[in-house]
Design a protein around this ligand. Structure first.
Ligand SMILES: Nc1ncnc2c1ncn2[C@@H]1O[C@H](COP(=O)(O)OP(=O)(O)OP(=O)(O)O)[C@@H](O)[C@H]1O
Length: 267
């Protein structure tokens, strides 16, 4: 028998709630308003990319969604509740922020331990995660023995280890060379397509936004507000990455986003 009355209404409203809901959110640092007012719903499973010029409030918005900061005004809900750092999302920063005295595997193990994965289940889960980010067989390597790109892969594996349904990434590939960056973009796109996770990714790059996003939000100059909200209608699986990047549709979207970023920065 299916529930009826108030219980059914409650269930329906929960099912209808997006994974992330920003309701008239503003954030100020003292006298400086960095973001808002801004309202945005992000449905579960979406790969949202936030793009905008330097200082428009992208990182602030991500920190608000992570729960590192509380909005000055308005409300943020993640999974129907106030965001809790380390609980409602996994976060990847521009710098990998690994524990240098631990091995690659040790870094992932720590995240698994923190996520409450039993000790006996950790080795197989660790190997699975390292394989997913292209680091199979590297568990025993020390952090200083691997490249910057590989360190960022470890950071992504750690964030995935948390098993949260939301992944937040703040310019994670910005410090990497172009080739490594493209490879990591391709791997992240594949990982996100295979899972049902919701992702929010911050970048300056229109190219990166179009390649990764299923939706792109361009922010205006500080205080950041929505200047463009675009659904990306490119295939997310069964397509060669180079072919995708070389397609006329990709070029058109990149030009549109690039133009919107420039306009928003000048407005
Ligand atoms: N801790 C802070 N204290 C005071 N002002 C801050 C703080 N963090 C950010 N700001 C200001 O808030 C505004 C938005 O900054 P934020 O870092 O969110 O932008 P961003 O778009 O991520 O920039 P970038 O692309 O350069 O990283 C800027 O004017 C910045 O100077």
């Amino acid at each position: 028998m299916s529930p009826s009355g108030p219980l059914a209404d409650q269930k329906d409203s929960r099912a209808a709630e997006p994974h992330i809901r920003l309701d008239a959110v503003t954030h100020a640092y003292g006298d400086v308003t960095a973001v808002g007012p801004l309202s945005l719903d992000v449905p579960a499973g979406e790969f949202l990319v936030l793009v905008g010029a330097s200082g428009c409030g992208k990182s602030t918005l991500l920190r608000l969604i992570a729960g590192f900061e509380r909005p000055t005004a308005g409300e943020i809900r993640v999974g129907g509740a106030s965001p809790e750092p380390g609980v409602s999302s996994g976060v990847v920063f521009q710098q990998p922020r690994l524990f240098p005295w631990k091995s690659v595997g040790g870094n992932v193990d720590l995240a698994l331990e923190y996520a409450g994965v039993p000790r006996s289940a950790r080795p197989s889960r660790r190997e699975e995660l390292l394989e997913r980010v292209g680091l199979e067989g590297m568990s025993d390597r020390r952090i200083w023995e691997i490249s910057g790109g590989q360190q960022q892969r470890v950071a992504i594996a750690r964030a995935l280890a948390a098993e949260t349904s939301l992944l937040l990434l703040d310019e994670p590939f910005a410090a990497l060379d172009a080739l490594t960056r493209e490879r990591l973009q391709e791997d992240l796109r594949a990982v996100s397509t295979q899972s049902s996770r919701t992702s929010v990714f911050v970048t300056h790059s229109a190219d990166e936004a179009v390649f990764l996003g299923s939706r792109i939000v361009v922010l205006s100059r500080s205080p950041g507000r929505i200047a463009l909200d675009l659904t990306v209608d490119l295939p997310r699986s069964g397509v060669d990455a180079d072919e995708l990047r070389g397609s006329p549709r990709f070029a058109a979207l990149r030009a549109r986003v690039g133009h919107a970023v420039k306009e928003a920065a000048a407005a």
